[in-house]
Write a protein that binds this ligand. Structure first.
Ligand code: TPW
Ligand code: MG
Length: 545
């Protein structure tokens, strides 16, 4: 009979895991040994567990498989709580594998190192932020438990938790076949699909809004095909920015309410049938709407269910729904594709001695993409993410809903680890949290390009509370530490320096490039400026009513 660790690794691979991120510790050393020696999946160790979680999350987002984070008991696993909470919020299927005390240690009567309140405290914490869990203490059911949990991660596109007691790593376990996909009720699917098609056909100005589940289930191409068949235009949410970037014929841009392109805002807010595919109905996605989307004209598919107007279809998977809609909808439906003026992303940054402001970075990157082709991006929370909305619609992973800091750099490392070359956008505050992870690039030959927005400030907070001095940060001279971390760093202040630094970064392969852009405090991107004005107006309105 096969050893448990092998069964776990094979099962991860079979369910779509492509690599492992982790940090070892004594409770997980035996499993790490098998990870290394079995060669089942490539592995990358980082420096601090939050980065491990962000990296696993970003890898899952980019390759639409499973992300895997392997950590030790307690001190390691508790460090993963925030990134996994974020992955849950943003529906990213990360598998947490936490080492744990062995069966005999559990009953020894001694308190064990890394233990918090009780042996099970860790599992209880993760139960809150994962959709399924397994504690692999039973040889007879372990293989089945692994399959059960991994199927949930794929089906629900949410994180899961596997606890691996260290004395079980080599245990011989009963093999178990993978579980079949849960069936879909064809009657429910047909009825739901017919209703959506009828509502779209009857509408004068239908629109499709897409968000992250579309990427999680790997159906961007299929959604584009649906939009073409129905001749209905597509916009992304803020969180869904970057989706369908390979289908510029159907995707018009990103809906940002009062902060966004007025033509797209008008299209969405005046629409009489809105099909929301995989959309997280969150404040960052919709609080900036001047007019709320009327539930009676909304059709929302998320979390394996569909809500149309005021009624509900349970258990309709998004991919099955989209396939059904493609098959069942009449080709070339009633209308020509809505003609909206395509968004113009600013280009042509002057190569002069002028001081760079945030929107100049978007311009410089658009120019760079014109010269060298688009790059996949990751972004942290901060003005850099709003600036990303001014950059051409290219692949993007960012915490647009959960809005936690620290994601950008580790996510970029993950994108590089899966074989793409990313452009990372990050603020100085966020870089202080996880920027040192760049020191792991050299070992693996990774060469992300990091654009650091250094305004010496928690600027996103300052915009809401300008009077507070605690938002002033010190000048850490980040570019200077790049060399000791094994990369290349350059500090730029002017537009011509920015052009030159980006251009040489593209040509520099094999090491990371850190372009530290010095920005004035108190100046934000055009998008953030409009977003703040919109949020402030909405808050004032809410307080009045
Ligand atoms: C883990 C709260 C949201 S935005 C922000 C903070 C502290 C400032 C970001 O500063 P940065 O970018 O990176 O320099 P910028 O453009 O604003 O200057 N802790 C976590 N997550 C969040 N979101 C916060 C605190 C916050
Ligand atoms: Mg800052």
């Amino acid at each position: 009979m096969p050893a448990l660790a092998r069964v776990l690794l094979d099962s991860l691979k079979a369910h779509g895991a492509k690599e492992i991120f982790g940090i070892p510790g004594d409770f997980v050393l035996p499993f790490f040994k098998v990870i290394e020696e079995s060669n089942t999946l490539p592995y990358f160790t980082l420096s601090h567990e939050p980065a491990v979680g962000f990296a696993a999350d970003a890898a899952a987002r980019y390759h639409a498989g499973l992300g895997v984070a392997v950590v030790t008991y307690g001190a390691g696993a508790f460090n993963l709580v925030n990134p996994i909470a974020g992955a849950y919020a943003e529906r990213s299927p990360v598998v947490v594998i936490a080492g744990a005390p062995g069966a005999r240690e559990r009953t020894s009567g001694l308190l064990l190192h890394h233990q918090s309140r009780s042996i099970d405290t860790q599992a209880s914490v993760f139960r809150e932020i994962t959709c399924n869990q397994a504690i692999l203490t039973d040889r007879a059911s372990a293989a089945h438990d692994i399959n059960r949990v991994l199927r949930s991660a794929r089906e629900r596109s949410l994180p899961v938790y596997i606890e691996l007691p260290r004395d079980m790593v080599g245990a011989e376990v009963e093999p178990a076949p993978p579980l079949p996909r849960r069936p879909v009720d064809p009657g429910a699917l047909a009825e739901c699909g017919a209703e959506i098609i009828a509502r779209l056909a009857a509408a004068a100005r239908p629109v499709i809004i897409v968000d992250v589940e579309v990427r999680r289930y790997g159906i961007e191409e299929r959604v584009a095909a649906l939009a073409r068949r129905l001749t209905v235009p597509v916009v992304t949410t803020f969180m869904g920015r970057g989706l369908l970037s390979r289908a510029p014929d159907v995707v018009l841009g990103t809906y940002l309410g009062v902060a966004g392109d007025p033509a797209i805002t008008e299209l969405v807010e005046s629409s009489d049938a809105v099909l929301l595919l995989g959309v997280i109905v969150s404040d960052t996605n919709f609080a900036i709407s001047a007019r709320k989307i009327d539930p009676r004209r909304a059709m929302l598919a998320i979390d394996r269910a569909v809500r149309i107007s005021h009624h509900h279809y349970a258990d309709i998977p998004l991919d099955a729904l989209v396939e059904h809609l493609i098959e069942a909808s009449p080709p070339g439906a009633a209308r020509p594709m809505a003609t909206t003026v395509p968004i113009h992303y600013a280009r042509g940054l002057a190569r002069d001695a002028g001081q760079v402001v945030p929107s100049d970075i978007a311009r410089a990157i658009n120019d760079l993409f014109d010269r060298h082709g688009p790059m996949p991006m990751t972004s942290d929370m901060g003005d850099c993410l709003f600036t990303a909305m001014e950059i051409e619609n290219t692949g993007l992973a960012a915490p647009g809903y959960y809005a936690g800091m620290g994601f950008g750099v580790p996510a970029g490392i993950a994108v590089a680890a899966i074989g793409l070359r990313p452009l990372v956008l990050v603020g100085d505050g966020a870089f202080q949290m996880t920027g040192f992870e760049l020191g792991n690039c050299r070992r693996y030959g990774l060469d992300p390009i990091v654009v650091l927005f250094n305004n010496q400030s928690w600027e996103m907070l300052r915009v809401f509370q300008p009077e507070s001095r605690f938002n002033d940060l010190d000048d850490w001279h980040f570019a200077d530490v790049a060399t000791s971390l094994g990369g290349h760093g350059e500090r730029v202040r002017t537009r011509s320096e920015l052009y030159d630094a980006l251009e040489s970064a593209v040509g520099r392969r094999g090491v990371f490039s850190l372009v530290e852009v010095m920005l004035p405090r108190g100046v934000t991107s055009q998008t953030l400026t409009r977003f703040v004005a919109g949020i402030t107006a909405a808050r004032t309105q809410m307080e009045r009513s």
